[in-house]
Design a protein around this ligand. Structure first.
Ligand code: ADP
Length: 319
């Protein structure tokens, strides 16, 4: 390949810039041209692409967000949109594309690969909900942000003898919740993967109160939702004044941690190696600290086990 493209798609995640940088620099060092494609698949459909030089990715590795912007693109789900995207590739001479995003973006990458433009996916999402990879770009930064914010909430909960019910992100996955919960000493963690009842949550708060504790943190995963409702119920059944806080989009921002920067650099490097050797329709990921790659359809059909052991530990050591 002489010319490749790179885009970010779906939800943004800290570390995406580090991945873009690695893709650009690896491509250039192999003698290829690298095109930045703007606002996800929209850029391909609209021809919004720009040549990226070695210096165009200077000073981005430490910044959150994505310098290529990101978006969702409905048109790309249909044949007409895919054909427009393919046309842009042919006109621009783009022979392969690195797609940084989540499962939805990988489905799009598979569709485009099937139409003759080889694509390689890189898992970029704060939610860590990509089955073929133990780790996704942005996850560590998001967890650290959530931890810092819950620590701040704890100060005020402690001062007022309150219960803070905190909703963290994660879409349908409880990874951020269980890790933040254990790191912040939450009394309860509620995740979509584990059945729960308000009675059990309130019983635990009551038992904990009997040991002399007067403030409580309950971490709720986004996939469970209803933090306000849960806070109301806790107050009703335990008599402990309770407040709900939804951390929200602040968890997506900020300077990426070292883990995210390093993982993004490795994955970006490896993705370009695959395209360079003519391989497409692949996703790169991390398993047992090694970079691996899978066929996109195979990757999408994989299942990732929940961190049940960690959940059990979180439950047993917080009372
Ligand atoms: P994520 O990549 O974070 O999972 P989305 O599910 O929103 O985010 O997907 C991002 C974009 O990928 C969509 O806006 C669309 O352009 C494309 N996409 C998602 N699903 C498909 C699909 N089944 N076929 C083609 N493109 C898709």
């Amino acid at each position: 390949m002489k010319k490749i493209g790179v885009l970010t798609s779906g939800g943004d995640a800290p570390g995406m810039n580090a991945a873009i940088r690695a893709v650009v620099r690896t491509g250039l060092s192999k003698g290829m041209e690298v095109m930045g494609i703007y606002r996800g698949y929209n850029g391909l459909i609209n021809g919004d692409v720009k040549n990226l030089s070695v210096r165009s990715v200077s000073d981005v590795i430490q910044h959150g967000g994505t310098m290529l912007y990101t978006a969702r693109c409905k048109e790309f789900r249909f044949e007409e949109g895919l054909q427009k995207a393919k046309k842009t590739c042919l006109e621009q001479g783009i022979e392969g594309i690195v797609v940084i995003g989540g499962d939805g973006s990988f489905r799009g990458a598979a569709d485009l690969s099937a139409r003759g433009i080889p694509c390689v996916g890189i898992p970029g999402t704060i939610d860590n909900d990509i089955s073929m990879s133990e780790y996704t770009i942005g996850y560590d930064t998001a967890m650290n942000t959530a931890m810092d914010l819950v620590d701040k909430l704890r100060d005020t909960s402690q001062s007022h003898d309150r219960c803070s019910v905190v909703e963290v992100m994660g879409r349908n996955a409880g990874y951020i919740a269980v890790n933040t919960g254990i790191a912040c000493g939450a009394t309860c963690v509620i995740v979509p993967e584990v059945p729960w009842t308000i009675e059990a949550v309130c019983d635990k708060i009551k038992r904990t109160r009997e040991t002399g504790k007067h403030h409580f943190i309950v971490v709720v995963s986004e996939g469970v939702g209803n933090a306000a409702e849960i806070a109301k119920d806790i107050e009703h059944y335990t008599g402990v004044e309770s407040r709900a806080t939804i951390l929200g989009h602040v968890q997506r921002g900020g300077s990426p941690t070292i883990r995210d920067r390093v993982a993004a650099s490795q994955l970006g490097y490896y993705a370009v190696q695959l395209l360079y050797s003519g391989k497409g329709n692949r996703v790169v990921g991390i398993q047992n600290n090694k970079i691996v790659d899978y066929d996109i359809q195979e990757a999408l059909s994989m299942k990732k086990p929940f961190e049940s052991e960690l959940y059990k530990i979180a439950d047993e050591i917080s009372f």
